[in-house]
Design a binder for this molecule. Structure first.
Ligand SMILES: Nc1ncnc2c1ncn2[C@@H]1O[C@H](COP(=O)(O)OP(=O)(O)O)[C@@H](O)[C@H]1O
Ligand SMILES: Cc1ncsc1CCOP(=O)(O)O
Ligand SMILES: [Mg+2]
Length: 267
């Protein structure tokens, strides 16, 4: 599995996937920069009158509903329908779905109108979507992870999609296979946008291969491993410096780093 994950990193850098992101305004710039560091090309194209034309050009679509306005919602639906027609992968980040009821309405509309290739959320969000009692504080998960594997598998089967749940250990499943990424640093929880950035990377990786189980594992591992390397490089564990180092470490991440430092287990 590690060599396949390293292969995804290589493909991203060889193919430079064009990722269209309709994402929240809190972390939009971080998402653009992390995509560049991964080797992808970001485009935050979200105007209602532009999205359909642009979606024709992309490798993948990232929809993050963190601060979605009504106008952005319409744009997201147009882009998602177009991407589905063209068989381009869509990654959905269901930010705050358990804290704000309107988010569930949007998610249902997206599923009714488009084929979602990957749902990537924090463990609290994913458990909630699967009908389990996920524990969250606003956009953050405070879930203990109990029952998370069952929740991920059940959600993946329900929507015939890949599910990626982030937390201290990340879980990825296609409803049959399950793998766990064990690379981690608590510093990833001290900055906002770590989850949004992982979602953007998941879209980039989905744009270079049909194997969206492996591509999602690659995206989550790239983030967690770059996070580990960034934290290890710090004299003091300070979030501002960590954030900068995270970008640098992802930019410098090599296939060898994945082969030597990647920690993954599979059921
Ligand atoms: N308790 C934790 N310890 C270490 N790493 C974590 C922890 N929780 C999340 N992460 C990592 O932080 C990143 C963002 O995940 P998470 O915080 O769950 O998402 P979100 O920002 O959407 O709430 C992921 O790469 C995940 O592996
Ligand atoms: C703070 C905040 N509020 C609305 S979206 C957002 C960013 C959430 O980012 P992440 O899910 O990566 O923690
Ligand atoms: Mg999130």
């Amino acid at each position: 599995m590690l060599s396949s994950i390293a292969g995804v990193l290589r493909s991203v850098r060889e193919k430079t996937p064009l990722v269209q992101a309709i994402t929240n305004y809190v972390t939009i710039n971080d998402c653009a920069n992390i995509l560049l560091c991964f080797g992808a090309s970001p485009a935050m194209c979200e105007a209602k009158t532009e999205v359909e034309d642009f979606t024709g050009l992309i490798s993948s679509l990232y929809i993050n509903i963190g601060t979605l306005t009504e106008e952005q919602k319409e744009a997201a639906l147009l882009a998602a329908r177009k991407a589905s027609e063209l068989n381009k992968p869509i990654v959905l980040d269901p930010v705050a779905c358990c804290a704000i009821p309107r988010k569930m309405t949007i998610i249902k509309e997206l599923f009714e109108n488009a084929k979602i290739s990957v749902i990537k959320g924090n463990t609290g969000e994913i458990k909630f979507l699967a009908g389990y009692a996920g524990k969250v504080r606003g956009v953050d998960s405070i879930d203990d992870g109990q029952g998370a594997v069952e929740a991920c598998v059940s959600l993946a089967r329900q929507y015939n999609t890949i599910v990626a749940a982030t937390g201290e250990t990340d879980i990825i499943t296609d409803g049959e296979r399950v793998c766990f990424i064990h690379n981690q640093t608590p510093m990833l929880t001290r900055i906002t946008g770590a989850g949004c950035m992982v979602g953007a990377l998941t879209a980039a990786a989905a744009g270079v291969t049909e194997d969206r189980f492996t591509s999602s594992a690659a995206a989550l591992m790239a983030m967690s491993l770059a996070g580990e390397m960034a934290a290890n490089s710090l004299e003091k564990q300070l979030p501002g410096t960590f954030r900068m180092r995270l970008f640098d470490c992802l930019h410098n991440l090599t296939e060898e780093d994945i082969l030597n430092g990647g920690k993954i287990s599979c059921l």
